[in-house]
Write a protein of this length. Sequence first.
Length: 126
Amino acid sequence: MAPHEAASRLSARAGHVLRQVFAAVDADFAFRLWDGTSVPFGPGPPAFTVVVRSPETFLRLMRDPTPLAFGEAFVGSAIDIEGDLFAAMHVANALEDLRLPLPQRLRLLLSIGPAALRSRREDGGP
């Protein structure tokens, strides 16, 4: 498989996972993945967009989709927020109540591929 095709498939799988994880969040926002793929949420135009700079960052965030993990990624410039930062904080607060059962998290990570199940240390995370 060509690298471009593999990257495109990874983005499609990442979009599917994001839709599963953030489906219950009631807000208009979007994610833009490392290859430019946009994953919108809500019926209106996005108030903000979370820009995920790399597949590795995406994997780290999906292993631990908490406000702390997103905050650390933001401070470390692994993600960026374009648009209304206050609206992004509202969604971050909604993440506090987001609890994915372990079996669902494992299924979602498996749907991305085997790299998603590696430990954070193996892919350079803390």
